[in-house]
Design a binder for this molecule. Structure first.
Ligand code: MTE
Length: 318
């Protein structure tokens, strides 16, 4: 992240409509269309470039874990991204990730497990009911969003492979294929993008194996077809387009920590009290907002996860 700078710009995107309100509007529109039958307004006319697009996922329940805050617009969530496999500018992934082919896709799960698996995405979608989880999403660069992700707890997948007693960490690796991911031709990072969690972090019910957002399949730029979301950590811990999960005994080296060990630790927990060596982490800018706001310890999820780190030096948790 040698290139990274804190994000101090003013509103990047104006929320043009509230996600939930628009949904309500569409729902009422549909009901109205049934009611009037002839002369009903065709729904597609209501859809604009800011509306969620892509295949709809069957969501069994919705959980708001962002304190009722409105979600960042679909447009911002899908056009302001970090995905270095497609370039280092925020707009690159949305413009260039069309070369990624998220189907067919196989996830290999191996290492210290009794039942190694190779799973097609379609089968992963059937492992557990899909939930919408609205989470705060905080990037180490000091911008943030509120995102309605779709997925299920990673623990559901982990249980299926039966980790051995030696499994202490789980490693996530993004696909390695420069033909689909042209950014891998330049050595900005050590490819494939590699991140990892301690087993108890991976098993925490907040850790989401994520397949969609806004009720739709993940757009390529957000990590199709499969990524992990760990809401109490900086965004870089959440590897995108995962091709392999490996259970290991010793703490692995991860992409950003290899690039800049003095700047990125293993834990990556959101901590406003520990500055990045080049900028403060005390505040953040929510996309769509003008004023910066205070960053919350553990991104506001301390009640759920602080206990995982009892006894560890808080400065090491970054
Ligand atoms: N995963 C891969 N494979 N490559 C990346 O460059 N960037 C990370 C993370 N996962 C990244 C990645 C960073 S720094 C952030 S902040 C989040 O993805 C951004 O996720 P979003 O674009 O869906 O908001």
């Amino acid at each position: 992240m040698a290139r990274w700078k804190p994000d101090l710009r003013e509103a990047e995107a104006t929320p043009e409509a509230l996600y939930l309100r628009r949904r309500e509007f569409l729902r009422l529109g549909a009901a109205g269309a049934v009611g009037t039958a002839i002369g009903a307004v065709p729904l597609p006319a209501l859809a604009g470039p800011d509306d969620p697009a892509g295949e709809v996922l069957p969501v069994s329940r919705k959980v708001d874990m962002a304190g009722g805050e409105k979600a960042t617009t679909w447009k911002s969530v899908t056009t302001y991204n970090n995905f270095y496999e497609f370039g280092t500018d925020k707009s690159d992934p949305a413009e260039r990730a069309g070369s990624l082919r998220p189907r067919p896709w196989t996830l290999a799960v191996d290492g210290e497990v009794k039942r190694p698996l190779a799973l097609h995405v379609e089968d992963i979608l059937k492992l557990a009911p899909l939930e919408e989880r609205i989470y705060r999403h905080r990037c180490v660069e000091a911008w943030s969003m509120v995102v309605p992700w779709v997925g299920f707890p990673l623990a559901e997948l982990v249980k299926r492979v039966e980790p051995t007693s030696r499994a202490r960490y789980v490693v996530f690796q993004t696909l390695l294929d420069p033909a689909q991911m042209p950014g891998q031709r330049s050595r900005v990072l050590d490819w494939p993008y590699t991140e990892a969690l301690r087993m108890d972090e991976a098993m925490n019910p907040l850790t989401l194996l994520t397949v969609g957002l806004y009720g739709r399949v993940l757009p390529n730029q957000n990590g199709a077809p499969l990524r992990v979301v760990i809401p109490w950590k900086y965004g870089f811990k959440g590897a995108k387009s995962i091709a392999r999960m490996r259970f290991v005994e010793t703490q692995p080296r991860t992409s950003w920590a290899i690039l800049a060990p003095s700047e990125y630790g293993f834990y990556g927990n959101v901590n406003p009290a520990v500055d990045h060596p080049r900028w403060s982490q005390a505040k953040e800018r929510r996309l769509g907002e003008f004023f910066r706001r205070d960053t919350l310890p553990f991104n506001g999820y301390g009640a759920e996860v602080a206990g995982l780190y009892a006894g560890l030096d808080p400065r090491k948790l970054y």
